[in-house]
Design a protein around this ligand. Sequence first.
Ligand code: 7RM
Length: 362
Amino acid sequence: MTAQWIFDLQESDVYWCTADVGWITGHSYVVYGPLSNGATTVMYEGAPRAANPGCFWEVIEKHKVTILYTAPTAIRAFIKMGDEYPKARDLSSLRLLGTVGEPINPEAWMWYHTVIGGEKCPIVDTWWQTETGGILITPLPGAISTKPGSATLPFPGILADVVDLEGNSVQVNEGGYLAIRYPWPGMMRTVFGDPDRFRKTYWEHIPVKDGAYTYFAGDGARQDEDGYFWVMGRIDDVINVAGHRLGTMEVESALVSHPAVAEAAVVGKPDDLKGQDIVAFVTLEGNHQPSDDLATELKKHVVNEIGAIARPGEIRFADALPKTRSGKIMRRLLRDLASGAGISGDTSTLEDRSVLEKLRQG
Ligand code: 7RM
């Protein structure tokens, strides 16, 4: 039902979700969603890499794809590759665009909207998790007005909320923990072989009230005056500078709004004075080179966009950032690097190990 309603699947549509099938997005929206709806669907094996920068746009032109569902990380990679590739193809068959996997930064949203969507396609920004099985917070195209960067409102039947650690709803525009108040179809029922971990991780962060459990998603979020949800990133990634809590998303999106920056990942590093200092790992657009001047300029840019508190203490230029196969930046590895500690933790979900090696060598 989420596939049918959110992608407005019609007989005439050619639907394409570009996710890796090993990611939950592949499971739910390459396989089960479109197939159980009898949709005409594209499955593509391959990835948009520098060696084949136009492959997505070729597929869309060739098969007259009408609905495209992809991730902000892919969109930022396309921006870096250059507009000439999508512009060389006829993308006029597209009528609806979707994103998933992380909050979409305004730069990526605008590019997706204009260069890919030809300014005529609604964008559905869909929030969900492996644990939720399917999309929970999302616009319904044509019914819910969108705001770039917001996944908008819960899918019908979903009771989402932003709460404090006592389980109380926070005020309008106040940050808190993203929570789901009521069960939904498709939700996880345990952690395989470890029911205790299931209980602790998801059900005991927010206290049980009158016998009612609340699901803790692990994301930070706020709800604006229209009730729209703005996801700010994983709670574990939040940076605390002199008592100010900063979501990774806001600082990264400020960096990416600079014309030289293709992608950014920010992490906290222990600091005697401020508790944490911000270290920003930055990849550049094809036509820019790293320099001390550029680093200074980027720090200034963040101050102008957000304020002095968000000023990165350090900018590290990199060729690439460590990511999972689904394109999620592994900030925990960058945290280890930034603090000068060796990489602890598990690296088995890293897509490309050489990226880490290069970062290590500085
Ligand atoms: C579908 C998927 C889940 C985490 C989740 C969020 C982040 C996903 C959005 C998003 C902001 C979105 N499953 N996330 N979608 N954040 N806006 N539209 O990604 O299990 O691999 O990851 O991804 O932090 O908790 S996942």
